[in-house]
Structures are given as C-alpha cells and as structure tokens.
Design a protein around this ligand. Structure first.
Ligand SMILES: *Cc1c(COP(=O)(O)O)cnc(C)c1O
Length: 377
C-alpha cells in the first residue's frame, strides 16, 4: 500500500516535471458557486448536473465537493456515468440518469440504487416490469417534453401515463421534471411557453414535486424554481445568462507551456497549408496544446492566449498538439522554452474563448483534454 503510494507520488512528480499544460480546478470556488445558487433558490433545493464527467472537471471530485455542501441530487446523462459515480457517494446521495432507461439495464439500475428518469411509456413499462420481477417498489423521475422535442413524455402519452400511475405499477415517482430550451435568454418567449405547459402538466399529475430550472432557469425567478433546481454550467463558472455579466466565480484555469520560439522574416508561411503568411518580421512561439486538447480548430487565426495580460494572437491553423502564437509585442526573451501562457484565466474567460471558437462554454469545458496536469484546489 505504502509502496503503491510512493510509486504514485513519483509518477505524479514525473508528470508534473514534464507537463506542458496545467489545468487548475478550484473546488472551493465550485462550492461557493453552489452556495450562491442555493441562496438565490432558498428554500428550494439545488441538485447538481455532473454529466460528461462534471462538464470535464471530474465527476467524482466535483460530486464529493458538492455533497460536502449539502447536495444530495446528482444528475448524469448515461447509466455508465451513474455506475462509475455510485461507489464514490454515500447512500443518501441519489443519482439520476437523464437520458432514460435503456432496455437491458433495468435490473442493474435497480440493484445499484440508481434512479432512472423515465422519458416514455415504453420506459415506464420496463421499469414497472422490473419492479414486479424484483417484487419491490422502485423509484423513478418522470420527464415531460415541454418544447424541446428531445427527451421526455410527449403530450400524446400523458393520458395513458396518468392512468398507469393510478394503477400504481410498483413505481414510486420522486418528482416530475422538464428542461428549458432557452433559459439563458432572460427575455426569451419560449421560457414562458414552457412554464405554462409545465403548469398544465402539474394539473394532470397532481401532488408531485417539480424540477424545472437549469442554471439559466435559476436566474429567471421563483416561478421557474419548482422544488429542486438542476444547475450545471453555473456551478463550473460558466455564464448562466447569455450576453450578461457573469455572476459566477471561475472554477477552471488553464496555462500551457511554450515548447519553441523563433523569429521569422516577412513572407514566411506559418502552420498547416501555409494559410498564414507573415507580413513583417515576427517573433513566434509554439505552445503545447491543440485540438486534441480541446482547443478547437476554429480558433485558427482568430483566438488568442495571454501573457501577464498581454494578448498574443493565434496565427495560422490550430494543430492537433500545438498552436503557434505571435509574441512580437513582448520584449525579446520574455517567453522561452517552458514559459507558461494563459489560455483560460483572469484575462480570458470560458465565454471569450467560446466566442472566438464560434461555440459555447459547455463545449469548451467538456472538450478539455486529459493530457493536462490537473491540479485540484
Ligand atoms: C444538462 C442539463 C441540465 C444542466 O444545464 P445547465 O445549462 O448546464 O445548467 C439540466 N437539466 C437537464 C435535463 C440537462 O440535460
């Protein structure tokens, strides 16, 4: 055991020595973001959406941190994620599978104590049958489609579902839920439409608690809060409202090392395809992260990194493992082999890089690769 620990420390030290990217994940900031949402929701409770490895930050670390803050409801997308996370959490933590119940997984799901979100009559029947086979009552959540046409009971299945619920079916409904399509747009007309649809559903299925709000929904006001919110991105420091000042604290920072520098004369081609041609003498640095590390190819000739607040534009195409940046504005020898530049941090937010890459913060976070040295605080 001690031997293993030593090997693992030596291993970590070796990785750190050779690391060319440092991803810092601030679990104390995560905890503060959770408490901030709680204070906005009180007395409504907040679960946490930890799908896709907690948006790339590490589901186990994130879930344990939030459990320590009182969170007891954890949402993943796929059953495999629930299987991985279940042993890490105490028994009073519940794990919900948003994508629903896959045929063949019913007994494993029941035995692991994982709660499926049932999205259709077919899934309801499967779960009810599993309960019958196991001769016990099984818990479930019902998701209704209120306007995304993605997941959840469609309107035409509601009457039959209501009848099935009256018969019992050995299934205990913990709560009902739906998901907002435009919650990040505070003035979005669709929010009100979905809220009205959900109010109608609540009348058809009386006496059941409601979970409705994602991160954006928390900021839409009390009408959207139900009894249990399901924030994801806001916990991880992403902006819950498009185009507004981000009220959340950053959780992630990323610094990447310079692996080579050079000075090139005017007319020199840079990166694949010779797509960028230097228009003057330039000083360039190549940094050790590329699209395989989650920095999208769409950042080519558009995005930037920072060094002590100075913007260093990306020049040419993004490679799989590297990116070339223009460091001409810095005094010579400021950046040398091993110097770190900021990709995400005080000068460049998730939203900044997402905008330059023509995507959203969610895609940047979930794409962050596993070659970075991860430091949890
Ligand atoms: C991903 C997801 C969430 C969390 O959304 P955020 O915008 O990240 O807060 C909540 N509910 C459902 C059903 C989801 O799929």
């Amino acid at each position: 055991m001690d031997g293993d620990l030593l090997v693992s420390h030596a291993h970590t030290a070796a990785i750190m020595r050779g690391a060319t990217g440092y991803l810092k994940i601030d679990l104390t900031a995560l905890g503060r973001n959770y408490r901030k949402l709680l204070s906005m929701l009180a007395p409504v409770r907040a679960g946490a959406v930890v799908k896709a490895d907690a948006y790339g930050l590490g589901a186990e670390r994130v879930a344990k941190t939030l459990y320590g803050q009182g969170c007891r409801h954890f949402f993943v997308a796929q059953f495999v994620e629930a299987v991985r996370l279940r042993p890490a959490l105490a028994q009073d933590a519940q794990i919900f599978v948003l994508n629903g119940l896959q045929p063949g997984s019913e007994i494993a799901c029941a035995e692991m104590g994982v709660v499926p979100v049932l999205n259709s009559l077919a899934q309801w029947r499967q779960w009810s049958a599993a309960a019958g086979a196991l001769k016990r009552c099984l818990p479930a959540v019902l998701q209704f489609d209120t306007g995304m046409s993605r997941l959840g009971f469609p309107p035409e299945e509601r009457a039959e579902l209501a009848a099935a619920l009256r018969d019992g079916g050995n299934v205990e409904i913990l709560f009902i839920m739906s998901h907002l399509a435009s919650a990040d747009e505070g003035d979005g007309k669709q929010n009100g439409e979905q809220l009205a649809e959900m109010a109608g559903i609540a009348e058809e299925f009386p006496g059941l608690d409601i979970s409705f709000a994602n991160s954006g929904g928390v900021f839409l006001g009390g009408a959207y809060h139900g009894v249990l919110a399901r924030p994801g991105i806001a916990l991880y420091g992403g902006a819950p409202n498009a185009g507004e000042k981000n009220p959340m604290e950053p959780v992630v920072s990323l610094n990447v090392a310079v692996v080579q520098t050079r000075t090139v004369p005017s007319g020199t081609k840079v990166s694949y395809g010779g797509a960028y041609v230097a228009q003057r003498e330039m000083r360039l640095a190549t940094i050790a992260a590329g699209y395989a590390d989650g920095l999208p190819r769409s950042l080519g000739d558009r995005g930037a990194v920072f060094y002590r607040g100075v913007r260093l534009p990306i020049v040419g195409r993004v490679s799989m493992d590297s990116i070339t940046i223009d460091i001409s504005v810095l005094p010579e020898n400021t950046l040398t082999l091993g110097s770190l530049v900021e990709v995400l941090g005080p000068h460049q937010t998730l939203e900044d890089i997402a905008r330059d890459a023509d995507t959203i913060s969610y895609e940047i976070l979930t794409g962050l690769g596993d070659r970075y040295h991860r430091q949890y605080r």
